[in-house]
Design a protein. Structure first.
Length: 247
């Protein structure tokens, strides 16, 4: 059996080091994972790409111009295209993007973004992210994702945790029929990853492998500098995921 790909999402240089040390095959690089991930800063990209390249680990970067929903206006889409261009120039191996409007993939916006990205570098790997989990039927995302030219879909099957959406993810995997990778993510931990892979048929999996960060100074939260969900990537958890997958 080929090795199952373990992707770890991170939002810091320390997270990059933890993911590499724990045995990740690929990094999803984001800013602000506490809000689901935003486009990372140029400095963070430079540091992570350098470290990951030296370790032979691929880097896919999030392109998300703001928190909230995925119905982007013209200026936000322009920013997402500019971000994609900058990230490709910085040397990332892939990009992660999604646009959803009125309960369906936003075809015009995604087509415009894909055309701009594909024209820059032909080998860029493109992931349609968990925006698809806002759809009433995530399985319906498979055909447009294939037609638009994505290489994979990251999804929890519309559930809060991928283990609870395993049946939908399995249906997406079967609908994909090898034309696109369906990668489960959200709430993936060492104690459920093996069952999730078996239930879905997936050969790639996405996890945060994180532990909560406790703020010692209550003013950090009181003044709005941190919100709920602040966490850091944990090397031990990454290694436990890797071991559970390989076992």
């Amino acid at each position: 059996m080929p090795r199952t790909t373990l992707e770890i999402c991170i939002d810091s240089v320390a997270g990059c080091d933890a993911a590499i040390a724990g045995g990740a095959d690929r990094i999803e690089l984001c800013g602000a994972l506490s809000v689901g991930g935003l486009t990372p800063s140029a400095g963070l990209v430079a540091e992570v790409v350098g470290r990951a390249r030296a370790a032979g680990v691929r880097v896919h970067a999030m392109v998300r111009p703001r928190a909230g929903d995925f119905a982007y206006d013209a200026s936000e889409l322009d920013a997402a295209i500019a971000d994609a261009r900058a990230l490709i120039a910085a040397g990332v191996d892939g990009l992660v993007f999604g646009a959803v409007r009125d309960g369906a993939i936003d075809g015009p916006a995604t087509t415009q973004w894909m055309a701009a990205v594909r024209g820059l570098r032909g080998d860029i790997d493109l992931t349609l992210h968990r925006a698809v989990d806002l759809l009433v039927d995530p399985v319906a995302a498979v055909e447009p994702a294939v037609s638009l030219g994505f290489d994979r879909i990251l999804t929890s099957g519309g559930a809060t945790r991928a283990v609870d959406g395993a049946g939908v993810i399995r249906a997406m995997h079967e609908r994909a029929a090898g034309r696109i990778v369906v990668m489960p993510g959200s709430g993936v931990r060492p104690d459920n990853v093996a069952a999730l892979l078996a239930q879905t048929g997936a050969r790639e999996v996405h996890a945060s492998a994180s532990v909560a960060v406790v703020q010692d100074d209550p003013r950090v939260i009181a003044l709005g500098f941190a919100g709920p969900g602040l966490a850091r990537t944990d090397r031990t958890t990454v290694r436990a995921l890797r071991d559970a997958i390989d076992a």
